[in-house]
Structure formats: C-alpha cells, structure tokens
Ligand binder design. Structure first.
Ligand SMILES: NC(=O)c1ccc[n+]([C@@H]2O[C@H](COP(=O)([O-])OP(=O)(O)OC[C@H]3O[C@@H](n4cnc5c(N)ncnc54)[C@H](OP(=O)(O)O)[C@@H]3O)[C@@H](O)[C@H]2O)c1
Length: 206
C-alpha cells in the first residue's frame, strides 16, 4: 500500500487527497490549519504544518508556488529522497505572466534544483480542481499530464492516479514542465476571462 502526504488542504490539496484515498493509499494531509487538513478528504489523516512529520513516500506540494519556500525551510530534510509532486501554476495574478525566480525555467525545475536528492514530478497543474475532484471532464475520465526525469517516480504517481479511475499522459522529461506551466497559465486565462468554465478547461482525449 503506498503512502502519500499532501501539503495543502485547499482546492487541489483536497482533490488530490480524494484521489489518493480512492487509490487505496494511506493519505496524510498537512496544512497550517489542522482541522482543515483533517477535513480534506474522508479517509485521510490531518496534521498541522510545522508540527507533523512527513509519513508519505510520495509528497504532493498542493500549495501556491510562493509557499514552497516554507516547505523547503521546514521539511527539506524529511522529503529528501522522496518523490515530490509539483502541482503549481506559478502565475503573477496581476499580469497573468509566469512568475518564476530569476533564472528559473519552470517551477518544477526550480524545485528539483532545491531538492537534489528528491525525484520531482510535475502533475495536476493542467486540470482544474473540480475535474480532479469529480474525476470527470466533459463526460470522460480526467487526464492528468505528467513530467519527470525519474521514470520510477513518474510511474508511482501515474499508478495512484489511474487506480482512482483517472487517466494520465506522459509529457516526458521534467523540462517539459515549461510547456505544462504555460498550458496551465493559458487555461487559467481562459477561465478568468470566462471563455471556459472552471468545471471544464482543456480536455485531453485519449
Ligand atoms: N485550483 C485549481 O484549479 C488549480 C489547478 C491546477 C494547479 N493549481 C495549483 O495548485 C496549488 C494550490 O492551489 P489551490 O487552488 O488549491 O489553492 P487554495 O485553494 O488557495 O489552497 C492553498 C493551500 O495552500 C496553503 N498555503 C497557502 N500559503 C501557505 C504557506 N505560506 N505555507 C503553508 N501553506 C500555505 C493554504 O493553507 P491555509 O488553509 O492555511 O491557508 C491552502 O491549504 C497552486 O500552486 C496552484 O497554482 C490549482
């Protein structure tokens, strides 16, 4: 049985926690608000950020990219060597441009640079939370796009997503996160300008 720790009990954290529980994994959710963490998904265990120890072999950062630094400060030692999933769309919401640290090509590559012993996987950033929570996008299983330089880590993430009834496609190496993050940003722009619904977005047909 796999074990998955999710940082963040917001829209994506709760949706991914639901997927992880449905996959049959042991699921821990860590949030600054322990009650919110405990309520993220039926069957998940909640814990308080800064106090909890990471129990999962797969760690999902379901936080704003700007909050990653706090995880790195408090938990870098604990997540070293684990599979770490970056869900972020690092957007400046005043301009809708990508907002990355100086020199970074993508949030995922930046994170990998900060966690050299971990196996970073980009996932979940090209699907709105509602289509993750329901597992359905426009009548078909929601398709999660993945990228990573570590095939085993990518397969572990793929396995829990597909065990919950969603589908995946493999975008390739972690550097493809640059495209996935542009795709995620465009999807948000279309949502904010009300050209596409938050319950839909891009649909990958397999
Ligand atoms: N929403 C979507 O449809 C969607 C789609 C694709 C990707 N994403 C990405 O998913 C990530 C989360 O988005 P979301 O929509 O789930 O956001 P959200 O609903 O606002 O939830 C954010 C979560 O992050 C926590 N958090 C915020 N700042 C923190 C900090 N400084 N330290 C620790 N925890 C902090 C919040 O904790 P508190 O409860 O304590 O405030 C909350 O649990 C973002 O990177 C976003 O780009 C979102």
């Amino acid at each position: 049985m796999s074990s998955i720790t999710i940082f963040g009990a917001g829209n994506i954290g709760s949706a991914v926690a639901g997927i992880a529980v449905k996959s049959g994994a042991y699921v821990q959710v860590i949030d600054r608000n322990a009650d919110k963490a405990a309520a993220a998904a039926d069957g998940a265990t909640g814990a308080k950020f800064g106090e909890a120890s990471v129990s999962g072999d797969i760690v999902v950062l379901a936080l704003p990219f700007s909050a990653y630094e706090e995880v790195l400060v408090s938990y870098a030692d604990q997540i070293a060597g684990k599979t770490v999933v970056d869900v972020s769309n690092p957007i400046d919401f005043t301009t809708f441009d990508l907002a990355l640290p100086e020199g970074a090509r993508s949030a995922a590559e930046y994170l990998a640079g900060k966690l050299p012993q971990s196996k970073v996987v980009k996932a979940f950033n090209t699907t709105f939370a509602s289509t993750l929570a329901t597992g359905v996008n426009d009548g078909a299983p929601t398709v999660v796009q993945l990228a990573s330089d570590d095939e085993d880590a990518k397969n572990d993430v793929k396995a829990f997503i597909e065990a919950a009834g969603l589908r995946t496609v493999d975008a390739g190496a972690l550097k493809r996160a640059r495209y996935l993050e542009g795709y995620g940003a465009l999807q948000i722009i279309l949502g904010v300008t009300e050209q596409t619904p938050w319950t839909g977005g891009f649909k990958v047909v397999r």
